[in-house]
Design a protein around this ligand. Structure first.
Ligand code: PXL
Length: 357
């Protein structure tokens, strides 16, 4: 019996690569058996003509999945991982999030029943998460600051630090990775009222992976400096998100690089934040975010372990796939399938460095 249930809810296109066209290939090529729900069937990511699922259709399919989970795989060991991406309309985002939260409630009850010898204790996840979540300072693991360039280098033991372990940060039995796909570079490609829905449901998300524009929308903060990024990540974590990752921060003072930031709270509710400096290719093709999210989910499901190392590996794969796609209008997903299926360690890893205020 396959106890790993990965559900990917994203767009599908007739031509090219984005959304589920990427996620279904990446997840299957890496050995998973994902369940795929496509919220729209468009011509391409450049031409949004085609069919959009109605929220009733989404409800029908996800209710059926919920019944399937309850009846045929009725065991607390079953793991469910949701990956959500492009959803165009407000009522559809609401339908998806409501079904995810319903199932989560059921799974939580199941766990509490098992842990209490049959007695149901209905814990309130939301309150439990956001209580006492104020950020006092930015902390870090041991660092070596003596390196000649003055650059901060993370020592290897940091990688194994308990507070960076994915197992300690999220409940892997029931997990929601939300890529709040809304737009890029100041342009929305979903209905504008979708923003408010994501804001409302954000406290239930385990990992959120917005790009810079989407992070600005979610937090109502314009990002110009690192301080702004920290303010945004802090905002999301205080709302209850377990791990916040912004995938593509670009600064006017450094046009040759993009920055990825990852933030989470340690047991003392202090912010732990790391950044990754990424070489910026002259490649402005959507889909890199979709590739990042599906690879990240795969590594989390298969390996677990240190989130900082997982991000390094995923960025390593992404870097190589983009490098090999330069000059094309599409990510070359199929041509790079062996890189995509790999462990991301064939090159020097892009390392995270701790961020302080
Ligand atoms: O890559 C994000 C994405 C997903 N789905 C559709 C898109 C885009 C970006 O343009 O158009 C349909």
């Amino acid at each position: 019996v396959n106890k790993e249930n990965i559900v990917s809810i994203q767009s599908q296109v007739f031509d090219g690569f984005c959304g589920n066209n990427i996620a279904s290939f990446v997840l299957r090529r890496r050995g998973h058996v994902p369940k795929i729900l496509s919220t729209v069937q468009y011509y391409s990511k450049y031409k949004h003509c085609g069919v959009e699922l109605k929220c009733e259709d989404i409800n029908t399919i996800l209710r059926e999945f919920s019944t399937y989970i309850e009846t045929s795989l009725d065991s607390p060991d079953n793991k469910i991982y949701f990956l959500t991406g492009y959803i165009k309309a407000k009522d559809c985002v609401e339908a998806v999030t409501s079904r995810i939260l319903e199932l989560k409630k059921k799974k939580k009850k199941e766990k509490t029943v098992a842990a209490n010898g049959g007695m149901v204790i209905d814990s309130n996840d939301h309150v439990e998460r956001s209580a006492n979540c104020h950020v006092e300072r930015l902390t870090n693991c041991h660092m070596d600051e003596s390196a000649n360039s003055g650059a901060k280098v993370i020592l290897p033991e940091c990688r194994h630090h308990e507070e960076c372990l994915i197992e300690n940060l999220v409940d892997q039995r029931y997990f929601w990775m939300c890529d709040p796909v809304m737009g890029d570079h100041g342009r929305l490609y979903v209905d504008s009222d979708v923003v408010g829905v994501y804001k409302n449901f954000i406290s239930h998300v385990d990992i959120i992976t917005p790009n810079q524009f989407e992070l600005e929308l979610l937090c109502d903060i314009k990002i110009c400096t690192e301080k702004d990024v920290i303010a945004c990540l802090t905002h999301l974590l205080n709302k209850g998100v377990r791990i916040a990752i912004v995938t593509s921060v670009h600064y006017n003072f450094d046009i040759n690089h993009l920055y990825l930031y990852v933030g989470f709270l340690n047991k003392k509710k202090e912010l732990i934040c790391y950044k990754y400096k990424i070489f910026r290719f002259d490649f402005d093709v959507c889909g890199s975010g979709d590739l990042f999210a599906s690879l990240l989910l795969s590594f989390i499901v298969t390996h677990g372990g240190n989130i900082l190392l997982i991000i390094s590996k995923v960025l390593n794969i992404l870097h190589n796939v983009i490098k090999n796609s330069l000059g094309s209008l599409e990510l070359k997903i199929i041509e790079n399938q062996d890189i995509i299926a790999g462990e991301g360690t064939n090159d020097r890893l892009i390392e995270g460095e701790p961020v302080f205020t």
